[in-house]
Design a binder for this molecule. Structure first.
Ligand code: GLA
Length: 395
């Protein structure tokens, strides 16, 4: 989090809160994330390597005593006021971005039995809905705020699980645990190595003097992301079932080997075979990527990113022309270790690992190639491994 962005956003959400709801809020932050390697492995019981970044969601919040929840945002037009008694198990039409905080409130009430309403103003310095987990950041910042306002002292693991439950249940995206865990367990200068089958995790240092993460935003909206994502989850579940029947019984798809998948090839159609092949080979790439990160070999880590992108494009089919071109163009630049899409895909952002200090050069080389093809100016930003979520001092 840069000091300037922090101060500007904290001042803006505080001012909006005072203006709309009168009175003083408490202030909170939760980061977004990029994922280095391990694409679509979390819901398949595999390993992932996300990094909480120095950008995210800021929230000004206070409990209410009138049984109402009131939500507004600096960036979205939609404001909501809902009676707590009207909140069920699933998001309602028209709740828009508000489904995330409402889902967390619902799960918090289920867990703690506490049902006071709250007022919330959010604002962020992450591009929204573009693969950097702005939704997980809203969920985690709401969970952190409710926990602090009620004094329930949930630990970060519980907050991550609560936020994940909100997304899976209330919002209805069948995602794995990566995004909420990455946001809730982020640490400055560290990457999270998350074994989703446990779940177990450890932190691995990232050396900013040897490598930087350049985020490249294609600005391509991820319109089909939810349907396409849930379809991939269902395909993996079917492939897993076929492997259990025809090869052997393992708890997660990510635990099979490539030879297992090849053995079951005749029982699967081409699409299922490709999905399963991506998952099992991505496990090999993440093992290599994590080992490379431990020895600060960013060349080898970058090679794992390149191969991961290829597999997500060809076998998993969640890339698009924009993401393919922007990563290709970055790979052609001097000082780029590797590049891939980040998040679910279908548009949004890609990342490139680059030698420190080269971001402007890479951006200047990539932007005209992208613009010539798509008529859109991509955005570039260097993101660092930032702090985890927490309460901020009053503005
Ligand atoms: C989205 C989901 C995550 C994960 C990634 C793909 O970000 O929310 O759970 O599945 O896609 O790796």
């Amino acid at each position: 989090m840069t000091a300037r962005a922090n101060a500007r956003l904290v001042a803006a959400i505080t001012a909006k809160f005072r203006d709309r709801y009168q009175g003083e809020p408490r202030l909170f932050f939760a980061p977004g994330r990029i994922n280095l390697v391990g694409a679509h492995l979390d819901y398949n019981g595999g390993d992932v390597l996300p990094m909480a970044v120095d950008r995210g969601l800021y929230a000004a919040a206070r409990l209410t005593t009138d049984g109402r929840i009131r939500l507004c945002s600096l960036d979205q037009d939609l404001t909501l006021e809902v009676a707590t008694g009207a909140i069920g198990n699933r998001a309602q039409q028209g709740q828009g971005w508000g489904a995330y905080p409402l889902g967390v409130w619902h799960c918090f009430r289920e867990k703690s039995g506490l049902n006071a309403g709250f007022e919330l103003v959010v604002g962020g310095d992450l591009p929204m809905a573009s693969g950097l987990s702005s939704s997980a950041a809203i969920e985690v910042v709401t969970a952190v705020a409710l926990d602090a306002l009620h004094g329930t002292q949930l630990d970060r693991l519980q907050l991550a699980l609560l936020a994940h439950r909100a997304e899976n249940g209330y919002v209805g995206l069948r995602c794995g645990i990566m995004d909420q865990f990455a946001s809730a367990l982020g640490r400055p200068g560290q990457v999270l190595l998350l074994h989703c089958a446990g779940p177990r995790y450890e932190h691995v240092p990232f050396d900013p003097r040897a490598c930087e993460v350049l985020v490249m935003d294609t600005k391509k909206p991820r319109r089909l992301a939810k349907t396409g994502f849930n379809e991939r989850v269902a395909q993996c579940a079917t492939a897993h079932e076929i492997l259990r029947t025809h090869v052997r019984d393992l708890p997660h798809l990510a635990q099979y080997s490539l030879s297992d998948v090849e053995q079951a090839r005749d029982a699967m159609d081409e699409v299922l075979f490709k999905r399963a092949r991506h998952v099992v080979t991505e496990m090999e790439r993440i093992a290599k990527g994590a080992a490379a990160l431990r020895r600060h070999d960013y060349g080898a880590l970058g090679a794992a990113l390149d191969l991961s992108h290829r597999s997500t494009a060809i076998d998993y089919e969640v890339s698009c022309d924009e993401l393919d071109l922007i990563t290709d163009a970055a790979r052609g630049c001097e000082g780029v270790f590797g590049a891939r899409l980040t998040g679910a895909g279908f548009g949004g952002c890609a990342i490139a690992l680059i030698r420190p200090g080269l971001a402007d050069k890479v951006a200047a080389a990539v932007a005209p190639v992208f613009e010539a093809r798509f008529g859109v100016q991509p955005a570039f930003d260097v993101l660092r491994a930032g702090m985890g979520p927490g309460e901020l001092p009053a503005a």
